[in-house]
Design a protein around this ligand. Structure first.
Ligand code: FAD
Length: 605
């Protein structure tokens, strides 16, 4: 994985060019490599050996406390020590001012070693980064800095039992806490009451405090809450109350653990149902969890989704790394497991010794598929992370262009690896046969862990609606037009290379098909007709993006003369030969606005 990562960063994305930017001026190619080396080592020593343990020793709630394995505490202490929680932040707040693409590449090692252990850190740095963007100076000094330093960890509390995909139905209430509620130095003070479901890292004793970021609605004058998302605001709700010097005041906030969720995978990250303000821990003489508003009333979702691109690219990259872990394990297995004999014109000769699995064409096909999915997924994640850097540190025109491209690419960056690197995990199990189906090997856990990624951070279906319903039509289709230009530019370069010319033609045809299907989907202007097949559209769009990126990576491989080039070109060829033709089937139902899903009656099932 490291060799591919270095190839993509250096030979394909040219990350060294970032060093010319003022923000990264104190870095060198060596400091970038050193960060990757350190993270690779910590992940190998403190995360990977305990990945199975945190799966089998699930978090346990004894009614008072949540127990986690000691390995969880140790791994996260090592992560905190590395300084990675603040990796992309300014030097003044203890950060390293790393580009997003390097930060994400470095964190990829942890996802590969143990995605569940890494979950606590990802949530904490996401929470603190959000506060840096939207918090007051005091909120940043108190809540963000304590998290960057790893003294407190954080959560994101959006979902409720009745409000998952539909956040407009959030029912947690936030009411001003006393007449002087606006005078609190930590921010306008409210009392929150409600239940938050599925909260990852919601209760533990890894750190002395937990900073919950909670979406809740502030009722209007008549005590009614605004319907829709407009009424949603964002609050900091610490488990233990603190003062402006980030010291615990000794008061427990009214946040109670109602129970743990017992999951298919990702078991090393504790997952909780939290009750806010039910009076279990009355605070300052009353029930109601104390929360400090972040940003203006009604802007909660906007604040929460400010970091959405990074968060979704991060989820996609986590899915890629689980795919990578399975690919490497099944590759190693296929190289050493003798089974069967080659098919030849003269039949099989049972007197000959068995050959390793990897000599069978069908096994090579499954390994090629995994390679194409996971290395392609890595290219996608890094490409998008590089666009985030362009958005933050490029000149005005480049920043705007990157933002427009990210609009259409972010749903793909999240959903494509979640679906296809999960498929890679399934193929890894298949390569191991019966052994893959047991708990003696890691491949079944990779699949279970990865199955989450199509569900959280916006389900697959919701990403599809976002892509076809909003992103490709936004600003008169500006994102799609820009993407088309980039795809055509790659195809033009490839057309000039004899070995790649046919692939370039295939890509152009596929692009034409997608553009035509997009127009047909919206031909009647009826959203219900266009969106009934949003998921096949998402699949086709994702595969087209991957076919483009593979061709672009193939061009870089050819130019580089790297020893990795033959493998990269073979994976590119695999993707174009076996995967790209799937587009036709997906786009056919989109283009004719296939009405079966809409027409289907409940009672016909
Ligand atoms: C392990 C785990 C960790 C999580 N961590 C967190 C966390 O830390 N913080 C947090 O706030 N949340 C967290 N979540 C919650 C997660 O974001 C939600 O599960 C997700 O948003 C889906 O909501 P839901 O489970 O209620 O499913 P639902 O919204 O009920 O969706 C069920 C199905 O219906 C589909 N669907 C829903 N609405 C529509 C529609 N309008 N059109 C078409 N299809 C639709 C969905 O795509 C899905 O397939 C976590 C979930 C899990 C499982």
């Amino acid at each position: 994985m490291r060799a591919t990562l270095d190839f993509l960063l250096r030979d394909w994305l040219g990350t060294a060019s970032l060093l010319a930017r003022a923000r990264f001026a104190q870095h060198t190619e060596q400091t970038f490599s050193a960060v990757l080396d350190t993270c690779e080592r910590i992940a190998r020593e403190k995360f990977a050996p305990f990945n199975r343990l945190v799966d089998t020793q699930e978090p346990h709630f004894d009614g008072q406390r949540v127990h986690l394995p000691q390995a969880t505490h140790d791994a996260l202490a090592a992560y905190v020590q590395s300084g990675m929680l603040a990796a992309a932040q300014d030097y003044e707040v203890g950060g390293m001012q790393l580009p997003c693409v390097i930060e994400m590449a470095a964190n990829a090692f942890f996802s590969k070693a143990s995605v569940a252990l890494g979950g606590y850190a990802m949530l904490t740095s996401g929470n603190a980064s959000l506060l840096m963007a939207h918090g007051t100076p005091v909120q940043r000094n108190v809540f963000a800095e304590a998290q960057f330093a790893g003294r407190w960890f954080g959560t994101m509390c959006l979902s409720e039992p009745q409000a998952g995909s539909s956040l407009s139905d959030v029912a947690t209430r936030a009411e001003p806490d006393g007449a002087d509620f606006e005078a609190d130095p930590l921010g306008p003070r409210y009392r929150l009451r409600g239940n938050k479901m599925w909260i990852s890292a919601g209760e533990h004793e890894i750190t002395v405090n937990i900073v919950h970021l909670v979406l809740a609605k502030i009722p209007g004058p008549a005590g009614k809450m605004l319907p829709g998302t407009r009424g949603i605001s964002l609050f900091i709700v610490p488990k233990h109350l603190v003062d402006t010097q980030a010291r615990l005041t000794g008061e427990r906030n009214d946040v109670a653990l109602a129970g743990l969720n017992h999951k298919l995978g990702y078991r090393g990250t504790v997952n909780t149902l939290l009750n806010f303000g039910e009076g279990r821990f009355p605070v300052r003489g009353a029930a109601g969890a104390i929360g400090y508003r972040v940003g203006r009333p009604g802007e909660g979702l906007r604040c929460m989704f400010h970091m959405m691109n990074e968060a979704r690219i991060g989820v996609g990259l986590g899915a890629v790394m689980l795919g990578f872990a399975g690919y490497e394990e099944s590759l190693a297995y296929a190289r050493q497991r003798p089974q069967g004999r080659p098919i030849t014109g003269a039949g099989k000769d049972a007197a000959q010794p068995q050959v390793p699995l990897i000599q069978h064409a069908d096994i090579k096909r499954m390994l090629l598929a995994q390679k194409a999915y996971v290395e392609g997924g890595l290219a996608l994640s890094l490409y998008c992370a590089r666009l985030v850097d362009e958005q933050h540190t490029g000149d005005a025109a480049a920043a705007a262009e990157a933002g427009t491209l990210l609009d259409v690419l972010t749903p793909i960056a999240k959903s494509w690896p979640s679906e296809w690197c999960l498929e890679a995990n399934s193929l890894a199990i298949q390569v191991l046969g019966g052994y893959g189906y047991t708990r003696d090997f890691g491949v079944e856990q990779h699949w279970r862990d990865n199955r989450l990624n199509m569900i959280h951070e916006g389900t697959h279906g919701i990403q599809a609606l976002d892509l076809l319903g909003r992103k490709v039509v936004l600003h008169d289709g500006a994102g799609l037009k820009l993407l088309e230009l980039r795809i055509r530019a790659t195809a033009a370069q490839a057309a000039a290379v004899p070995e790649l010319a046919a692939t370039a033609t295939q890509l152009r045809l596929a692009l034409h098909g997608l553009a035509a299907a997009t127009r047909s989907a919206w031909a009647t202007g009826a959203p219900e007709e266009a969106l009934a097949n949003a998921t096949p559209y998402l699949q086709a769009f994702g595969h087209l993006v991957l076919a483009w990126l593979w061709l672009d990576v193939g061009l870089a491989a050819q130019r580089s003369g790297s020893p990795l080039a033959p493998g990269k070109l073979a994976a590119m060829r695999y993707f174009h030969a076996y995967e790209l033709p799937k587009l036709d089937a997906w786009l056919a139902v989109v283009a004719r606005r296939e009405s079966l899903p809409l027409a289907m009656h409940d009672e016909w099932f």
